[in-house]
Design a protein around this ligand. Sequence first.
Ligand code: 3PG
Length: 212
Amino acid sequence: MNSVLQRVYEIGIIPVIAFNSVDEALPLCKALMAGGLPAAEVTFRTACAEDCIKKIHEELPDMLLGAGTVLTKDQADRAMAAGASFIVAPGFDPEVCQHVIDKGGIMMPGTATAGEMQQAMNMGCEVVKFFPAEANGGVDKLKNIGAALKTCKWMCTGGVNAKNVNNYLGYNQIIAVGGTWMCKSDKIKAGAWDEITAMSREAVDVMLGLEL
Ligand code: 3PG
């Protein structure tokens, strides 16, 4: 795996964030880092995503920074120019995928079927997102698919939380999970940074307790 994907694997849990304003970017990332999660997938679900990525990239270079909910080539370009090291999408759009790969970026398209996973792998995606993971059959489905797609690697998001995270991370073809459970939008809006740090630390503790 390249160095970015290696870091995704080592951190294991990637917080998925929808920022309401650029002012939240640094305090939230500092709260995540204090809890042991130096990573963020900043989603283009809100208009300030690009500016938040830029700010985090400039001020917190130790954060592993990705862009999420990237639906268009233009968003992908803006995310990469702002400093995102990887691009995530909820679905598999071959054009956007190819565009990111052609630009030398790392693309993790959202997939839910063996067909989409196979196409994304053949296009050059080293890791694909499995989304929404729980609603699509969770780790049991991936074990079935993984028996055939033995070199496919997944990042799973959608319904992952402290209770089921280790079901996912315990399967060796899953390199990481993502989720909002430690940084829900009401907590971000309320500036509940200590609570976010505590939830992040809990997530890390649960993961570290995993017996492989
Ligand atoms: C994502 O975009 O990856 C998901 O919306 C995160 O899902 P969750 O809110 O269930 O963690």
